[in-house]
Design a protein around this ligand. Structure first.
Ligand SMILES: *[C@@H]1O[C@H](CO)[C@@H](O)[C@H](O)[C@H]1NC(C)=O
Ligand SMILES: *[C@@H]1O[C@H](CO)[C@@H](O)[C@H](O)[C@H]1NC(C)=O
Ligand SMILES: *[C@@H]1O[C@H](CO)[C@@H](O)[C@H](O)[C@H]1NC(C)=O
Ligand SMILES: *[C@@H]1O[C@H](CO)[C@@H](O)[C@H](O)[C@H]1NC(C)=O
Length: 652
């Protein structure tokens, strides 16, 4: 198995990275990298100049440990700016799944900033950072229960859950804090009514006794709060516990260690990309802040700005926005974006607005920020969400946008019921509208803007279900002027073009790629990034590509489109095929082969124009095709990838 020496395609490693990231599932299992809950500490950081680098350094140290052991603790700095961190994957994750999960945790937790710490529970791992040592804590007021699926089950299932919990809770403290269990109860009932699956995991810093107390309390709470529902999770200070009627656990690896070293190589590249990007984002922010602070000395910038702001219609008072959103009430929360949380608000004159509360406070560079907002607010187009203004100098940085009553596209296309609201005509108009918005950003506005984060949740729908692109221009304001590798936190796994993810290479083609993914999602009603339990099927792009090649695309069209029953079904079918082909042209691996957005728009509008044939999407070069052919199905293809990279990297 080890010694087949194989020649590697030059794009191999980047592609493997993309593959790992874009599907958030891995060679051997499921990373379960879905965030269940983020809780931020109540206190603000003490001194940002010291806090941010400490945080970044701690994460870097932990990252190195996680790659080796699936767990890490680190301390950087001292006094009130000290940063204590802990990250741990649950025991059933393989190392490479672990790094994926960690990478996700690592990109989400900084959202707590400027709070001085926080914790995040994902379904596959946990991470926490504070300015004090919390390593021995195992209970506290933040202990939480999140049930999840609320399908009602029978008493028999309840018995199985209790038995499974008991087994796992008894076993874990004595076996490094981790145990899994599956239990069956009754006899006559169906498999799903009688089987329960349980995972129990304490943080490795705890003593067996603390672990036991944590799990016992967690177990009792989850039974009380979640049964008779089909799923329950306890998110406690010192442990994680989950039961379900679905077997969410990863298979127990047969020859556990054999893949370790490849995985570490692949994964260390991968995680350094992620850490690097986030690190850069934060350090850019810090550097920038420093230079601004320097600049500010000896000038009357502040007064000038105060006057500009007072006179500007773009300026919203912090208190006005606070009032409009009910002090950022959870109930008004519309969603979470790359740079902040969005709330619905109503101004005193009755106007609806959407307020974005940024993770990073720009108060210290309010002039720059204001100029940025000023610039973006001049970008006006029917397919772009209007930026109305900001609270640039208040205690927090807030952006104010027009409010769109139908919210975002993902709420429709990925939803069984709402999906029906969007028939093919409407979806086609949304695709065209999004393309028009992008053409404007890329080619027609006064400043060229690359969006970088085109995805279904960034396409908003107005009252007539017309598409408007949200969140553009913002990435620029977090960008270092000189280095365009400072790709920052922008971008979403699964929509990111391979060259951008692997090399930070940023051109309009990055948006074209994401647009292509979006188009495929709109036609199929499926999400490209989805980490499903024991699902080894290929990514959406690969799936579309295969069906396109074999001429049976109708199998992947969204059933919600119900197109076969339409009178003009053959016209629709032709259109859908055309749109998929355009989507595949946009997601071609080689950026220079992808069409520009204006070309895309032209192809969408001129339905008789003959389309070029798409070349392969990432990961479908002939080499890889060969591996696939020689193996027995999807998961084996993944395994053979691993084998090949192992044999090639091993001997160095
Ligand atoms: C914040 O930390 C930096 C770096 O440690 C230090 O130079 C600076 O004096 C601190 N500022 C305050 C207000 O304590
Ligand atoms: C943690 O930070 C808070 C606020 O920034 C500060 O009040 C507190 O003293 C710090 N804790 C320690 C242990 O230094
Ligand atoms: C909830 O659980 C039921 C079975 O108990 C399953 O059929 C369904 O798919 C689950 N729903 C989600 C959203 O996971
Ligand atoms: C778990 O512990 C908390 C105190 O930390 C207590 O209030 C709660 O009642 C306990 N829950 C159960 C089910 O024992």
């Amino acid at each position: 198995m080890k010694k087949e020496s194989t020649h590697l395609h030059p794009l191999y490693l980047p592609c493997l990275l993309i593959f790992l990231l874009s599907s958030l599932r891995s060679i051997t299992g499921d990373a379960r990298a879905r965030a269940v809950k983020v809780t931020c500490s109540p206190l603000l950081e003490h001194n940002a100049t010291a806090y941010v680098p400490n945080f970044v350094a701690t994460m870097e140290k932990i990252s190195q440990q996680v790659q080796i052991s699936g767990y890490g603790v680190a301390l950087t700095g001292s006094g009130p700016d000290a940063n204590y961190g802990l990250a741990q994957c649950y025991g059933d994750l393989s190392l490479n799944d672990c790094v994926l999960c960690y990478a996700e945790a690592r990109t989400i937790l900084p959202q707590c900033y400027p709070q001085n710490g926080g914790r995040i529970f994902l379904d596959g791992c946990f991470m926490r950072a504070e300015n004090y040592s919390f390593y021995n804590e195992f209970k506290g007021p933040e202990d939480n229960i999140v049930c999840g699926n609320t399908t009602r089950k029978t008493q028999t299932f309840g018995e199985a859950v209790r038995q499974g919990l008991k087994n796992a809770v008894d076993a874990a403290p004595g076996s490094g804090g981790y145990a899994r269990a599956s239990a069956k109860a009754g006899g006559s009932e169906s498999e799903s009514e009688s089987s329960a699956f349980v995972l129990a995991n304490c943080w490795r810093t705890l003593s067996p006794d603390s672990c036991k107390q944590c799990l016992e309390n967690a177990s009792a709470s989850v039974v009380k709060r979640c049964l008779p529902w089909s799923e329950g999770r306890a998110l406690h200070t010192g442990c994680f516990l989950r039961y379900s009627d679905q077997d969410f656990l990863n298979k127990i690896p047969r020859n556990g260690r054999s893949k370790g070293s490849v995985v570490v190589i692949v994964v260390s590249v991968l995680s350094s990309v992620v850490v690097f990007m986030v690190g850069i984002a934060i350090s850019v922010y810090v550097c920038k802040r420093r230079t601004i602070q320097k600049k500010r000395r000896g000038s009357n910038d502040v007064e000038k700005m105060a006057k500009t702001l007072k006179d500007s219609s773009l300026n919203f008072k912090y208190s006005t926005l606070e009032k409009a959103t009910g002090s950022f009430d959870e109930a008004n929360k519309l969603g979470q974006g790359g740079f902040g949380t969005v709330y619905k608000g109503v101004l005193q004159d009755g106007r609806d607005i959407a307020v974005k509360r940024l993770f990073f406070n720009n108060r210290h560079r309010a002039t720059d920020f204001y100029n940025e907002v000023n610039m973006i607010s001049t970008v006006e187009h029917k397919n772009l969400v209007r930026l109305l203004g900001c609270s640039c100098a208040g205690p927090e940085s807030l952006l104010v946008y027009e409010y769109l009553q139908n919210k975002s596209l993902d709420r429709f296309i990925f939803d069984v019921n709402r999906g029906k609201t969007l028939d093919w005509q409407r979806r086609y108009m949304i695709i065209v509208g999004t393309a028009e918005g992008l053409v404007y950003l890329h080619e027609q506005s006064s400043v060229k803007i690359i969006h970088r984060d085109i995805k279904a949740s960034n396409i908003l729908l107005d009252s007539k279900l017309q598409a408007k692109i949200a969140d553009f221009g913002l990435a620029r304001s977090f960008q270092d002027d000189k280095s365009h590798i400072s790709t920052a936190i922008a971008g979403t796994l699964g929509y990111m073009a391979p060259e951008y993810l692997a090399h930070g290479q940023l051109t309009e083609m990055v948006d074209v790629y994401s647009f292509g993914v979006l188009v495929l999602e709109i036609v199929t009603g499926k999400q490209n990034t989805k980490s499903k339990i024991s699902d080894y099927s290929d990514s959406l792009i690969t799936e579309a590509w295969k069906h396109f090649q074999s001429g049976d695309l109708e199998e992947i069209y969204d059933p919600n489109l119900n197109w076969k029953n339409e009178i003009d079904s053959h016209v629709m079918e032709k259109e859908m095929l055309r749109v998929v082909q355009i989507g595949l042209l946009c997601t071609q691996e080689v950026p220079s082969l992808r069409p520009s957005m204006s070309k895309v728009l032209y192809m969408l509008k001129n339905k008789e124009e003959i389309l070029p044939s798409p070349s392969n999407p990432p990961f479908m070069d002939e080499r890889v095709m060969e591996f696939r052919d020689g193996s027995d199905g999807g998961s084996a293809a993944c395994a053979s990838l691993a084998t090949v990279s192992q044999s090639s990297f091993y001997g160095r």
